[in-house]
Design a protein around this ligand. Structure first.
Ligand SMILES: [Zn+2]
Length: 294
């Protein structure tokens, strides 16, 4: 199925680095790093696995991406753009989101990576949701490092950051992935979670919302509902999901712009039937254990 594209679940964000330039959207770069206090600041983040942490080179790239978030938080013109940048940075600096290397992934997260490729190492019962030691077999580590540029499960984000990774693109990826964490996308993505069988309708909503957040972050005053809906739709179409919005949207609508409107409406009120864009502390999940049964 989808692993052919290395985009198997959206929770795999392999293609983000390569394709993220598409959402650059031609906005003039008003928040460049020159003569900037953010260029000297060090940003804190919590490594998922201190025993096998991100490399020094990867950490440097991350510092660049976090500085980008900081600059947009301070200088973005659109309040939504500033909020996405500020709150994504705040969740990372607070350790609400943990960052790590693919090589350092252990336990249930490594098992889920394995399961997406249906490898022999993860046949049979899953480890517990709080397992942080499962390693699989000898081949698994090399396979995952070769195949995966990124992965999200719960509040953990794993990367294989290359010397070619663009820090602005990495900042966009962080906005996208932290949106998945905010909405616990891994719990609303599968028809059968244990078997990793994707539900196209549910996965569409999770990816569409995450790509909307990318668009509202990457564009500034040109981020209209129409433009960002079109951008998100184009990006999700790369996933080849089998979906039907009439099964999801009110009134049997099949209009993706209605979904964008409903997601934006949630920024103004308590009700968020299709999740939220901005990862504010008050909306943050209380825990990241096993998903509730659906
Ligand atoms: Zn995604």
């Amino acid at each position: 199925m989808l692993p052919r594209l290395r985009l198997a679940t959206g929770l795999l964000f392999t293609a983000c680095f390569a394709t993220v330039a598409l959402v650059g959207c031609g906005e003039p770069e008003v928040d460049a790093a020159s003569d900037d206090v953010t260029a000297q600041r060090m940003y804190s983040f919590v490594d998922v696995n201190p025993d096998a942490p991100l490399s020094a080179a990867a950490k440097k790239k991350l510092q660049g991406a976090l500085a980008k978030l900081d600059r947009v938080a301070q200088r973005g013109k659109s309040p939504l753009r500033r909020a996405l940048a500020a709150e994504t940075l705040a969740r990372i600096e607070a350790g609400d989101v943990l960052l790590g290397s693919i090589a350092g992934a252990r336990g249930i997260d490594r098992w889920h990576m394995c399961k997406d490729y249906a490898l022999p190492a993860c046949e049979g019962e899953a480890p517990a949701a709080d397992d942080r030691s499962w390693l699989g077999d000898d081949e698994l580590g090399a396979f995952l490092e070769r195949e995966l540029d990124g992965y999200q499960w719960g509040n953990r984000l794993y990367f294989t950051i290359q010397s070619s990774t663009d820090v602005d693109a990495l900042a966009v990826t962080l906005v996208h992935e932290v949106n998945h964490v905010l909405n616990r996308s891994e719990c609303s993505y599968y028809a059968d979670l244990d078997a990793h069988e994707v539900d196209g309708d549910l996965a569409f909503v999770e990816e569409y919302r995450a790509f909307l957040s990318e668009c509202y972050f990457a564009k500034d005053t040109s981020a209209t509902l129409e433009a960002c809906s079109a951008s998100a739709l184009a990006r999700v179409s790369e996933y080849g999901l089998d979906y039907d919005l009439t099964r999801v949207l009110p009134g049997g609508s099949d209009d993706p712009e209605l979904l964008a409107e409903l997601v934006l409406d949630a920024e103004e009120g308590d009700d968020a039937p299709f999740g939220r864009l901005v990862p504010r502390e008050e909306d943050w999940p209380g825990a990241f254990g096993a998903c509730d049964a659906r």
